[in-house]
Every structure is written in structure tokens, then in C-alpha cells.
Design a protein around this ligand. Structure first.
Ligand code: PRX
Length: 649
């Protein structure tokens, strides 16, 4: 192993770690040689009402993709996250809530959380929500978001959390696709001192005829701000909680009962409803949380993700709570009231483990030492990164400035679809290389294939696939199993295709190189180019649009849009602004284009396919690297685009 830029596990860390190098090797071996035996043992980390009879029944064969774990077992997620902890740690803090303003916080014990969840479960039942019904949760980062999720799991309802930054249009699409019966929201959210009109957004979404499935809207009072009210449909959370009983037996659910749906973007079409189920998901979320974060009882763990993303599900709520951890939930943004906020929260709550995204690290890094001024960071023991490749500069800054060269960094690679972390260092076992997600977690068999699907051995670069199932894997696309098979199992037969490219080095370490499909990763948020394009062309003045990503210092990738206007429309700065606003309205602020370039025509093949490769090069000014353009239907458009791009510089 080359020693330059290698960070071996320190003796001090290894001595106290749950998994050291020898243990990792031994357990990994077992997990791939005898998956049944390995996962049978791990299945015991959660409580079952009825023990499972069979560990796994999984097939990646594209003719009959079938993924089932812990067959025959029955359990309940909220029972595992709450009830089973009451005896030993009922009075331990489960959730530390840090509000948007630095003087606001709450501590909620396991006992209190249990009581709140039981009451809300009864309240949901009172609103007619039953096992198998879908509930949309559109909430700010407040404890009631966790209560709502856990209450759904308690009664066997399926939640679908929609990120509070999504627009009414995007929300309506998700409500309609999942056929939600109830929406849970708040009057307003608060982020960075600004109010987010969540209830008003829900009202607007529900004017869309496709959302008539919704019968009730439950509203948590966060700000007390004025909100429109519809008596026949809207119900205050505090009103139903006042009268709800605090006794609610957890429903006994099948291991494969649907747990939640989470929408995510792909390379084509509308966002997909990724479906996760009960038993396997919880085993995997809890196991990865414990081992990747080397979590020990009593530690304070902080994952900065929003509850609207998979990271918020698996590593802010379910994994930590299943493990009886203390998890911190922060309502605000990293730079409010100023850039030192993260450091202040770490000190205030004595955070031991911090899990955040490279985009947040880069934003702090841009402020230099200011981000850590006035805070000691002494409580920190371990750092984590997720969501996009972490560039070595950001890694080093995170390691030295936040981690004071003392804390290992776990660079965790995974996806909404995988339910939990698949490739990551284990901090007591794996020597780190900045920028590499390193090695597979137990039971995970990554491989690289060329574009024809041939396995590539040794150090190489290729498409990243996974050869066998793991318990946290998604089971289907909600309502469209065919799309599930098409998206993940058709490209390379018999393998799960991640959509990512990766390099494997001489030490067997994986380096994720990014998406190989038309999916962007903007500030760690996944965006389909097709989604932004279809929002663009829905504007009356737009004839056609093509979206590509380009390197962006803070966001990782920025959004670059080429727009062809209708023949009678004049390009102007005002129209450019209007189009930006339009995309914010159609999808949400996270999809707001960074650059809009007017394009009289787009480079297309004779069969009409847009050549994004060329557009990507023009966006970064690499005019000499455009490659062969002779196969285009109209090669002259390329020069026009180059000229316009040069004019914009
Ligand atoms: O491209 C990979 C990137 O994020 C994608 C998954 O996005 P999403 O489903 O939104 O889940 C994000 C949180 C798990 C992946 O296909 N990605 C995620 N983590 C990393 C990463 N790329 C490089 N390094 C990572 N650690």
C-alpha cells in the first residue's frame, strides 16, 4: 500500500473500536461465504414478535427479480425504536432538538417520545388511517416529524416524506403517485430566520385534481403564523393530541410489509417512489449505524441531513433510534446566524459524532477558520461524509480544522435505493485515503463492469454494480415493479446497477467517480436532467431545453441549462430570471439553474438524441475537446453555442 496520503487507524482509536482490522476481515469473509448464516445472526439485533423462518430469498435475474428478507418473521419498527428501550434507558435523551435560533432547544427522552408516538398513532387511527394506507409527511425539522414517521410505522401505515423545500407542484406529484390519504405538515417552517409556508404549499398542492385522494391534513403549530384553514379537511395536531390515549399496541407486521416510500430522481421520467420494507431495512440501518459510526451507548450523534432524504431516514431516525442512541435534529442551516453555528452546536450539545455532506464542508471551508472560531470541538470523536464525492481539499480541511487531525472520517457511499451504507471505511479497521469510500460493508459485493457488462478484475475503472442482495435494498418502485426491473437490473444482467462509475485501486479501495447516467448531484441532492428539462419546456416561451452539470466550488455540481425559445420570443435578462423562478415553482429552489444559455438549436444525432457530451464540454469552455461532431444532424449549431458561451464569459 502506498503510504502517501494514507491515514492508518490510530492505536488509540482501534483500541476502543467495535470492529478492528482482523474482525472486519473475518466478518466480511463470513458474510460473503455464508450470507445466510451471517444475516441470520444479524437478524437478532432487532426484536421479532414471531421469529423469521427463512433469512433470504433474493434473485437479481431480470426475468424474475425478487428480493425478500427474514421471511415469515413479524415485527414493528416503532417497537424496536422505542418500546424495547424503555426499561434500560427510558429516561435517556432520544432526540436533542436544536431550533433555528441558537437559544431554542428541547430534549426528548425515550419515554416521552414513546408516549408522543403512541398518542399520535391513535390520532392517526382516529382520522381513518389504517394498515397499508399512505401518509405524506411535509414537515420542517422538528421532533414532530420523527413522531409522525414513527407513528405511521406503529400502525402499519406507509409514510412518504417529501422534502420541505419542494414546491407545491412537486408535492402534488408525489401525493398523487402514492395515493396518500392524509398529509401531515406544519403551519410554517423556519430556516435561517426565514419562514417557509408549508401549510399554504399543501393547500396549493391540494387544488390539483390529482390529489383528491387526500381526506385530511394534520397541521403542527410551529410558528403560530396565520394560515388558511379548511374546516372539513384541516385538523390541528395539538387538538387531536389533547384527546388521544397514550396507550397504543404496536401492530404486528410482516418482515416484508411496506415501511416507507421515498421519491428520488432517475435519468428518465418522473421521480420514482423507492419502496423500503420493514425487517431487513431496520436490521441493515441499525447495523450500519452501529459499526460505521462505531456508536457506543451514551454518545451524542448528529446527522445534519434533512428528514426528507434517505440519510435523514436511515441515519437520523431509524438506525440511531433502533440502537438506543441520542440523535440530534437541527432545524436550521449551517450558516445561520453565522458560519460558526455548526461548531457552536457541537460544543453546546457535546456532539461526539458528526455526519454531514461535502457541500456543507465546502461552504464552511470557504469561510476559513471562522467556521470553528469560538468553539472547541473537543467532544468530537468521529466525522462522516455522505451524498457526493468529497474532494481531497475538503477532506483535509474537515480532518484538520473540524476533526483537529484526531477524528477519522468515514466517507460513506450509498443511495436512496440501498437503504443504508454499502461502501465505507469502518473507523477502527480501515486506513483512510482522502476521497475514497474505501471498502464494502459486511455482505456487500461490489464489482466493476465494462459497458458490455463484463466483470473487470484488479485495479480498474468501470460501472459500479453489486452482485448480491443485502437486507436494506429497495424492494420495488411503488406501483411500478417493471420500472424497478428496467432501471436497476436490465443494464447488466444478473446485477444491481448503481448508476455510478468507480475506480478500484491497487489496494482494492473504491473511488466513486460520480454518476454515469443523466443524473446530477447538486449540493448532495439528486436531480434528474429530464425532470428539469420537462419543467423548462412547460413554460410557454420555451421550445426545447437541455440540462447538464458542471463543476461548482460549493455545490459539487451546478445546473447548466441550454434553452431554445419559441420562434416569436425575444431572449432577455428578464426572461432568464422568469425561467429561474419558473423552475423554482415547478420543482423547488434546489433545482434553480445556475446558468441559462440561449441556444438557437441543440446538437442532436440524426435520430434526434441530444448529445449531452458536447453540451457538457461547452459549459466548461473545453471547445477543443468536443470530439467527433460530424454525425450530428446539424453540426453548425455547435459553433453557435460555442460563440454564445464565449460571449457570456
Ligand atoms: O452518485 C452517488 C452519490 O449520491 C448518489 C445517491 O444519491 P441519493 O439517492 O440522493 O442518496 C444520497 C445519500 C445516500 C449516488 O449514486 N453519492 C452518495 N454518497 C457518495 C456519493 N458519491 C461519492 N461518494 C459518496 N460518499
Amino acid at each position: 500500500m502506498s503510504v502517501a496520503n494514507l491515514y492508518p487507524v490510530t492505536e488509540a482509536f482501534a483500541a476502543q473500536a467495535l470492529i478492528n482490522q482482523d474482525k472486519y476481515k473475518e466478518m466480511y469473509q463470513q458474510s460473503v461465504i455464508n450470507p445466510e448464516g451471517f444475516w441470520r445472526e444479524q437478524g437478532k439485533r432487532i426484536d421479532w414478535f414471531k421469529p423469521f423462518e427463512r433469512v433470504k430469498q433474493t434473485s437479481f435475474d431480470d426475468l424474475h427479480v425478487d428480493i425478500k428478507w427474514y421471511l415469515g418473521g413479524t415485527t414493528n419498527v416503532s417497537y424496536n425504536c422505542l418500546d424495547r428501550h424503555l426499561e434500560a434507558r427510558g429516561d435517556q435523551v432520544a432526540i436533542i432538538w436544536e431550533g433555528d435560533e441558537p437559544d431554542q432547544h428541547r430534549h426528548i427522552t425515550y419515554r416521552e417520545l414513546h408516549e408522543e408516538v403512541c398518542k399520535f398513532s391513535n390520532a392517526l387511527r382516529g382520522q381513518g388511517v389504517n394498515r397499508g394506507d399512505v401518509v405524506t409527511i411535509y414537515m420542517p425539522m422538528i421532533p414532530e416529524a420523527a413522531v409522525a414517521m414513527l407513528a405511521c410505522t406503529r400502525i402499519g401505515a406507509i409514510h412518504t416524506v417529501v422534502f420541505g423545500g419542494f414546491s407545491p407542484e412537486a408535492l402534488a406529484g408525489r401525493i398523487a403517485d402514492s395515493e396518500s390519504k392524509v398529509v401531515i405538515t406544519a403551519d410554517e417552517g423556519v430556516r435561517g430566520g426565514k419562514r417557509v409556508p408549508l401549510k399554504a404549499n399543501v393547500d396549493e398542492a391540494l387544488t390539483n385534481p390529482s390529489t383528491h385522494c387526500v381526506k385530511q391534513v394534520l397541521v403542527v403549530q410551529r410558528t403560530g403564523g396565520q394560515v388558511p384553514w379548511h374546516n372539513h379537511r384541516d385538523v390541528w395536531y395539538h387538538d387531536v393530541m389533547k384527546v388521544a390515549s397514550s396507550h397504543c399496541a404496536p401492530k404486528e407486521l410482516d418482515a416484508e410489509a411496506p415501511l416507507f416510500i421515498l421519491y428520488t430522481s432517475g435519468s428518465t421520467g418522473k421521480p420514482k417512489g423507492v419502496l423500503h420494507t420493514t425487517g431487513g431495512y431496520l436490521v441493515y440501518a441499525s447495523m450500519t449505524h452501529e459499526y460505521v459510526f462505531d456508536y457506543k451507548p451514551g454518545e451524542v450523534y448528529w446527522c445534519t441531513a434533512d428528514v426528507g432524504w434517505i440519510t435523514g431516514h436511515s441515519y437520523m431516525i431509524y438506525g440511531p433510534l433502533a440502537n438506543g442512541a441520542t440523535t440530534l435534529l437541527y432545524e436550521g442551516i449551517p450558516n445561520y446566524p453565522d458560519v460558526s453555528r455548526i461548531g457552536q452546536i457541537i460544543d453546546k450539545h457535546q456532539v461526539n459524532i458528526l455526519y454531514t455532506a461535502p457541500t456543507a464542508i465546502r461552504a464552511m471551508m470557504a469561510e476559513g477558520k471562522k467556521a470553528v472560531e469560538g468553539s472547541s470541538g473537543k467532544s468530537l470523536r468521529l466525522l462522516g461524509s455522505v451524498g457526493e464525492p468529497i474532494n481531497p481539499e475538503a477532506w483535509h480541511w474537515y480532518h484538520e480544522t473540524v476533526g483537529q487531525s484526531r477524528c477519522p472520517i468515514v466517507d460513506t457511499w450509498w443511495q436512496t435505493e440501498t437503504g443504508g451504507i454499502l461502501i465505507s471505511p469502518l473507523p477502527g479497521a480501515t486506513a483512510l485515503k482522502p476521497g475514497s469510500a474505501t471498502r464494502p460493508f459486511f455482505g456487500v459485493q461490489p464489482a466493476l463492469v465494462d459497458n458490455l457488462g463484463n466483470l473487470i478484475e484488479g485495479p480498474a475503472e468501470g460501472n459500479l454494480v453489486i452482485l448480491d442482495s443485502w437486507p436494506g435494498q429497495m424492494r420495488s418502485v411503488y406501483g411500478d415493479h417493471d420500472r424497478f426491473v428496467q432501471t436497476y437490473f436490465k443494464t447488466f444482467k444478473g446485477m444491481y446497477f448503481t448508476g455510478d462509475g468507480a475506480r478500484r485501486d491497487e489496494d482494492g479501495y473504491y473511488w466513486i467517480t460520480g454518476r454515469v447516467d443523466d443524473v446530477l448531484n447538486v449540493s448532495g441532492h439528486r436531480m434528474g436532467t429530464a425532470e428539469i428539462e420537462s419543467a423548462m419546456v412547460a413554460h410557454k416561451d420555451v421550445a426545447e431545453a437541455a440540462v447538464v452539470g458542471f463543476p461548482h466550488d460549493i455545490k459539487g455540481q451546478g445546473i447548466y441549462v441550454y434553452v431554445t425559445l419559441n420562434a416569436d420570443v425575444e431572449a432577455s435578462e428578464a426572461l432568464r430570471q422568469e425561467l429561474r423562478q419558473w423552475v423554482r415553482k415547478e420543482i423547488g429552489p434546489i433545482a434553480s439553474p445556475d446558468v441559462i444559455q440561449w441556444a438557437p438549436g441543440l446538437p442532436k444525432t440524426r435520430s434526434g438524441k441530444i448529445m449531452r457530451r458536447i453540451l457538457r464540454k461547452i459549459a466548461v469552455g473545453e471547445y477543443s475537446a468536443l470530439g467527433d461532431i460530424s454525425t450530428l444532424a446539424d453540426p453548425a449549431v455547435v459553433q453557435q453555442l460555442v460563440d454564445t458561451h464565449q460571449g457570456m464569459q
